[in-house]
Write a protein that binds this ligand. Structure first.
Ligand code: MG
Length: 380
């Protein structure tokens, strides 16, 4: 059973505020129109045609870049736009028609609509009950009539149709104009039905709607990772900690530059991403990491975070050693770490402690580092 979709995006309206037509505004970093296209494709819809407004080709190309969708020129009314897109849709079984101004489209809703048509419905749409009292007003907002809200539903999109029945209905209505496509079907006497809607399918209409929707759709969550590292002291005349070279009577032994501070930090970032540990990404057995500058490892962790759509909110590194004294170098370490992670300095903490001369750290056999990284991630 082939499923196709039409997205009506021809509006020039900027009633919702902003200079762009609302379907091209950015919602959580992504154009409003792109949300719907991605949701439809994710749900397995095979063909998506977007009806765009005159002069919106550039906006469309930017919003839909790299996605397998086509655009057609929309018309003066919603009905005209759907008519234009229908003529561009190939032979198919189910057609979904959706408003670009409703970007909060879930796969669950799409699948439920397709299933309803598959089970024999001719036309079906999601809808929500009217929770508020409904009153009709006359001039100056004077109430002239109460309207019983029982059996009144607020209809959303996408609306899903048996393709043959939809084409027949559009052929029959001539040049008529309708509020939506369920109305087109009903004008032909077809039985249409409603299924459970979704508050996130709200239509961006008024100023403030975009912000409200951003709150509803924001799926970011806080993820905290921890990292621990230790290196043994050996011969040498300096140590490198959090990217800063510190003169010392001993060096730190390790395959790379033995920067325990940044190694712990890399593990903390990897931990927050669920990406394993530093050894898995940079095996000590691999000669290319011999003597490596640990900045490479830190940049790699940052790259993985970027690729996952995650942002680093804050990092905290604790160095544990008797000597060298960390205090005089603390600010330089913060600055180096902040520079590599491209973070403001107040989001980077470096601190130090000793073990009161106890244990291997107290005996100055080695140095240890502990780190946490707090990331904002997106649900996958
Ligand atoms: Mg290490």
């Amino acid at each position: 059973m082939k499923v196709s979709a039409i997205i009506v995006a021809a509006g020039a309206g900027s009633r919702a505020g902003g200079e762009l037509p609302k379907q091209y505004n950015r919602l959580l970093g992504k154009p409003v129109l792109r949300w719907s296209i991605e949701a439809l494709l994710r749900a397995g819809v095979e063909e998506v045609v977007v009806a765009i407004g005159a002069g919106q080709d550039e906006f469309f190309r930017a919003a839909a870049s790299a996605l397998p969708v086509r655009a057609v020129q929309g018309g003066a009314t919603r009905t005209d736009s759907v008519r234009a897109a229908l003529s561009a849709i190939s032979d198919t079984d189910v057609i979904l028609i959706h408003d670009a101004a409703r970007p909060g489209l879930s796969e669950t809703t799409i699948r439920a609509l397709i299933e309803a048509v598959r089970s024999g419905a001719i036309g079906v749409a999601p809808a929500l009950p009217a929770a508020d009292a409904l009153q009709r007003v006359g001039a100056n907002n004077v109430v002239v009539e109460e309207i019983a809200r029982e059996n009144l539903l607020r209809v959303q999109t996408p609306q899903a149709f048996n393709a043959a029945a939809l084409r027949a209905a559009y052929a029959a209505i001539g040049n008529g104009t309708f509020a939506d496509d369920l109305a087109v079907m009903r004008a032909r006497g077809a039985e249409t039905k409603l299924i459970a809607g979704d508050p996130r399918l709200m239509k961006i209409t008024y100023p403030g709607d975009l912000e409200m929707l951003a709150r509803l759709l924001d799926d970011r969550f806080v993820s905290v990772g921890q990292g621990i590292d230790a290196h043994r002291f050996g011969g040498g005349d300096h140590v490198t900690l959090c990217g800063v070279r510190i003169p010392h009577e001993k060096g730190l032994l390790g395959h790379s530059d033995a920067d325990a501070g940044w190694h712990a930090l890399v593990d903390a970032i990897l931990g927050a991403l669920g990406e394993g540990d530093i050894g898995a990404h940079f095996p000590p057995s691999d000669p290319q990491w011999k003597g490596a500058d640990s900045e490479k490892f830190l940049r790699h962790a940052l790259h993985l975070a970027d690729a996952a759509g995650a942002t680093i909110s804050h990092v905290d590194v604790t160095l544990v050693c008797e000597r060298p004294k960390i205090g005089p170098h603390r600010e330089a370490m913060r600055a180096r770490t902040a520079a590599v992670l491209d973070l403001p300095i107040d989001r980077v903490s470096v601190k130090a402690t000793t073990t009161e001369r106890m244990g291997f750290l107290g005996r100055e056999e080695g140095l240890a580092a502990f780190a946490t990284a707090t990331l904002l991630r997106r649900s996958s």
